[in-house]
Design a protein around this ligand. Structure first.
Ligand SMILES: *[C@@H]1O[C@H](CO)[C@@H](O)[C@H](O)[C@H]1NC(C)=O
Ligand SMILES: *[C@@H]1O[C@H](CO)[C@@H](O)[C@H](O)[C@H]1NC(C)=O
Length: 345
């Protein structure tokens, strides 16, 4: 029996370690801010600064955008035009559903099954960004983001991502050299993360979207990349809303705001989420303890001292423990038991 208890506790500890291990990356995303990799405003030249020409250029001058076909809706035309007009010397590539699939067929045939199997179109729109950055390099920009100034200073880093507040990183604007180890790992991991999480929103977030990318980023940084393997992080001030920022956010797709809201909600209800977790864990523990008692401490009809037998509902000692039956048992014992037995059936 002692050995059984030790086994029970061991199994529970193992399960707890397993569960904490599963969500560890998510928990750590709430505290890791990426500031050690921040592209600081001090190192970024102002829009027309003479310092810009002296910087090295690593990322090729290509701007990638995606849409389902070549008919860009009116709301995004202005944003698209702002990026193209500021960068006449950059190559501009618009990836449509058709050209994206052709590209996967030609260059990454091993991914085609996952690609075609994605239940949501937005998952393909997410995935193609990682493949084109990994393949051609360049800068990917969401169609709802317009350009506020030339992106040249951002070409000096081998790879950069954009930080969202309060936590995580986004995939709405990113830059990379071709074959950067981070994006190679990202495209390699997509199939593994292609799981359904019941809710469409969470499925998209966790399989291809910002949550997926944030988790990949955390894992990648665990190896402490140095030099050009490092990923630099663009913080909100440098991203938008200021004259020196690179992008302006236009109306349209509120996808990214929503996921920030969701994580905001998780964070502001952190205590609630934690308590909920403990309640679930409590239930799991009681449930497994119940199973342990039932299966390891003997079931029906085992030895005379077994607790199972003592508390068996049909045994007289069990019935006598209930106060109301003690009252009845003062009178005609056999009769009252029978009465109650019948009523219970
Ligand atoms: C930078 O120069 C361009 C053209 O030379 C000009 O149109 C733009 O207004 C300047 N930007 C700033 C912030 O001074
Ligand atoms: C692109 O898609 C839109 C909306 O589905 C449709 O109205 C338009 O005709 C399409 N354009 C082309 C060139 O197929």
């Amino acid at each position: 029996m002692r050995r059984g208890l030790a086994l029970f506790l061991l199994v529970n500890v193992a399960i707890i370690f397993f569960l904490v291990g599963q969500v560890w990356t998510l928990l750590s995303l709430l505290v890791v801010d990426g500031s050690q990799d921040a592209i600081s405003r001090a190192e970024l030249p102002a829009p027309n600064s003479s310092l810009i020409d002296g910087r090295r250029q690593l990322i090729p001058k290509i701007i990638h955008q995606t849409y389902k076909n070549e008919t860009i809706p009116e709301v995004w035309k202005e944003a698209q035009r702002s990026c193209i007009e500021l960068h006449p010397d950059y190559e501009y590539k618009l990836w449509t559903d058709d050209s994206a699939r052709e590209f996967i067929v030609a260059e990454y045939p091993w991914f085609l099954d996952t690609w075609d199997g994605y239940p949501f179109n937005i998952q393909r729109a997410d995935a193609i960004r990682y493949f084109i950055l990994s393949h051609f390099g360049g800068i990917y920009i969401d169609l709802d983001d317009g350009c506020n100034r030339r992106l040249d200073p951002l070409l000096s880093y081998s790879a950069w991502l954009r930080r969202t507040l309060p936590t995580g990183i986004s995939n709405d604007a990113m830059g990379s050299v071709p074959q950067h180890p981070f994006f190679l790992r990202v495209i390699d991991s997509l199939s593994k993360y292609n799981r359904s999480w019941f809710l469409p929103y969470i499925t998209v977030m966790a399989s291809t979207g910002p949550l997926f990318l944030s988790v990949m980023w955390r894992h990648y940084n665990n190896d402490d990349p140095v030099g050009d393997d490092r990923i630099r992080i663009l913080f909100p001030d440098e991203y938008k809303d200021h004259v020196w920022s690179f992008f302006v956010h236009n109306v349209g797709n509120s996808w990214h705001e929503k996921d920030v809201q969701f994580i905001m909600w998780l964070r502001s209800n952190w205590l609630l989420v934690t308590i909920f977790g403990f309640v679930i864990a409590g239930f799991a523990f009681s449930g497994s303890y119940w199973l342990y008692r039932r299966w390891c401490l003997g079931g029906y009809g085992s030895g005379p001292g077994s607790p199972r037998k003592r508390y068996h509902p049909n045994s007289r000692s069990f019935l006598r423990r209930l106060p109301i039956l003690r009252y009845f048992s003062k009178g005609d014992r056999a009769g009252s038991y029978e009465l109650l037995d019948r009523r219970d059936v």
